[in-house]
Ligand binder design. Structure first.
Ligand SMILES: Nc1ncnc2c1ncn2[C@@H]1O[C@H](COP(=O)(O)OP(=O)(O)OP(=O)(O)O)[C@@H](O)[C@H]1O
Length: 579
């Protein structure tokens, strides 16, 4: 099909712009016909040497009027094209964004971020030509030959018929390459997203690549990806050029045939001089719109291939709308919680865990045992868990994402801080927070003095808060979390990789917070969790022990072993410093 109905249904407003564009082009064509008629008549009169001053004046007036009409129609048509492109871009980008919101925090389970970026930026741009140029041209390219056919029918039937019959050869040529082009373009887009994916990842990890001197290797890898992309791009261009050449041959061959017919008809006396000249002048116009359609078609095909990706994204299954609200003042109980990221590798193997109200619960365990996975499931980021997670009487998977986000605050070791001011970042936690409230949490997190020496709440943050130290970033993330004021807080290694002073300050605040909120703390540093009301010691996706620090030490099991090892290491570290 040369028209994608799904796309038009998606942006129904584009129809009026397309219709307007076609109308403008058609009026311009009509003006051109009138102009050509008056030119040919004028020349025929010149040839017959019977031109009067009045004839010349009429010709001049018609010519000026026709050119003026064509000028304004060209402006009008391009304005219509612009308006429809604008509408299409806005509508599609809004649809993509809304879909992303509907997919929610778990979107990464279904699509890569780089693919969304490419689809929303480059993909949507590709559709600009589809709506702004291709669609109007599609209708105009049918209307124009029909109009000219009706005009020339009155001048000379054989020439008109010959020209009219040749026109469908162009769409036939387009249709012939379409299946092949579609496959090629789909491959092209696949390669394009693969390259984008590699590029984005390498750019984000550039510092790491430099540190490990792996940049040359990645550079080579990227060059190979680029080479593949270059090859497929060249294939696409070759295909487009070849098909344009075929269309040119048909178009100009057809026009030549029209000229030939008009000349022979003139010789036979089947048409007068003015008529023959008119056929010659208009024969190219029979083919130019279709030929133009052919050029737009290749760009439009690219857009359609991009639109396939857009629709695939828009059709991704969304989690059914959950109406349930997060119950206030309820405890969280996980029973026999199981989870796998991949089919044959179970990460959580039947975990039982309770987070009562206003308690401090900690999870300890070796790296990779599944601690963060528990947090991620509680935050609704990983949906396909088995077993039950009940919050009061309600299953976690029945609670709406927004309610979950409102009631559980998650602070990880790399909480995102946005470019902007401290104030803007804090207001994300609570848009209604007053200046006093903001300063209060900044005091709590020991950031106030530093910020006063800067520009207070208007202190500017660079992208990812790169102008703050790691400890300051985590303090600010905590301050924002405190403003959010939710009944449940999850800290996932929130104090890892920061200075001891910041770690102590943050831990102090977490302990205070645990007096009035439910706190789940995941920390590899056991010294941070000794004051927890309950500690769950995990190993390879299972909870091996639970209890307070003292109780667990007495058990002489997993926790005790981890504790002794860490204490030995910490003492060794301190001893090393003293030596
Ligand atoms: N998105 C993912 N896709 C596939 N496997 C994953 C994914 N995230 C984590 N895993 C795997 O799940 C297991 C548990 O990871 P998880 O991050 O929960 O462990 P953890 O105990 O928090 O580790 P750490 O203390 O190092 O953060 C690991 O073996 C990891 O490889």
């Amino acid at each position: 099909m040369m028209i994608d109905k799904r796309l038009i249904r998606m942006v129904p407003e584009s129809k009026k712009y397309v219709a307007g564009n076609v109308l403008m082009q058609w009026i311009s064509l009509a003006a051109n016909v009138v102009l050509m008629m008056s030119i040919t008549r004028f020349f025929a009169s010149l040839y017959a040497k019977n031109v009067t001053g009045k004839d010349f004046a009429v010709f001049a007036v018609i010519a000026v009027m026709a050119v003026t009409v064509r000028f304004f129609c060209a402006i009008g048509a391009s304005r219509m094209g612009f308006l429809s492109s604008k509408k299409v871009k806005k509508t599609l980008r809004e649809a993509i964004y809304t879909k992303l919101l509907k997919l929610g925090a778990a979107y990464k389970e279904q699509i890569r971020t780089s693919e969304i970026v490419q689809v929303a930026v480059e993909g949507v741009d590709q559709l600009e030509t589809y709506f702004g140029a291709y669609l109007p041209q599609f209708f105009y390219a049918m209307l124009a030959p029909l109009t000219l056919f009706l005009v020339l029918l009155r001048v000379n039937v054989p020439s008109a018929v010959v020209l009219f019959v040749c026109v469908p050869l162009i769409p036939a040529a387009i249709a012939a390459v379409q299946t092949w082009a579609k496959k090629l373009l789909s491959k092209y887009w696949g390669q394009y997203t693969a390259l984008g994916d590699t590029f984005l990842e390498n750019l984000q990890g550039l510092t790491t690549l430099k540190i490990y001197q792996a940049d040359a290797f990645k550079n080579k890898e990227m060059n190979e990806e680029s080479e593949k992309f270059r090859k497929i791009t060249m294939k696409v261009l070759t295909m487009q050029l070849n098909s344009i050449t075929i269309m040119d041959i048909i178009a100009y061959g057809g026009a030549a045939l029209g000229v030939f017919f008009s000349v022979t008809q003139y010789q036979k006396g089947g048409v007068d001089l003015a008529g023959a000249l008119l056929v010659i002048l208009l024969s190219a116009d029979f083919f130019i719109p279709m030929r133009q359609l052919g050029s737009f078609f290749h760009i439009a095909m690219n857009g359609m291939a991009a639109s396939d990706k857009i629709f695939r994204f828009l059709e991704l299954p969304e989690a059914p709308k959950k109406a349930a609200e997060f119950p206030k003042n309820a405890e969280i109980v996980c029973e026999n919680l199981r989870f796998s990221y991949e089919a044959d590798r179970e990460i959580l193997k039947g975990i039982d865990l309770r987070i009562p109200r206003e308690t401090f619960v900690a999870i300890a365990g070796e790296s990779g045992c599944g601690k963060s996975t528990v947090a991620s499931i509680l935050m609704g980021r990983n949906r396909g868990y088995k077993g039950t997670i009940r919050i009061g009487d309600i299953e976690l998977s029945d609670i709406s994402e927004s309610s979950l986000m409102q009631n559980i605050t998650y602070i990880s070791h790399n909480s995102y801080l946005f470019k902007g001011t401290i104030r803007e970042n804090l207001l994300m936690g609570n848009p209604d927070a007053t200046e006093d409230e903001m300063w209060a949490v900044l005091e709590q997190t020991n950031l106030a003095a530093f910020l006063r020496s800067e520009e207070g709440l208007d202190t500017k943050l660079a992208e990812k808060a790169s102008n703050l130290s790691g400890g300051q970033c985590q303090r600010l993330a905590l301050a924002r979390a405190l403003l959010h004021d939710s009944p449940v807080y999850i800290f996932d290694e929130a104090t890892s990789n920061i200075d001891v002073e910041s770690e102590n300050d943050i831990m102090e605040q977490i302990l205070l917070l645990a007096k009035k909120k439910s706190v789940l703390l995941i920390s590899h540093r056991l010294a941070n969790i000794t004051k927890a009301d309950v500690i769950y010691a995990m190993e390879q996706g299972e909870v091996k022990e639970c209890g307070t620090h003292k109780e667990l030490l007495k058990k002489n099991g997993l926790y005790q072993k981890m504790w002794t090892t860490q204490q030995r290491l910490e003492r060794y570290g301190k001893g090393g410093v003293n030596v």
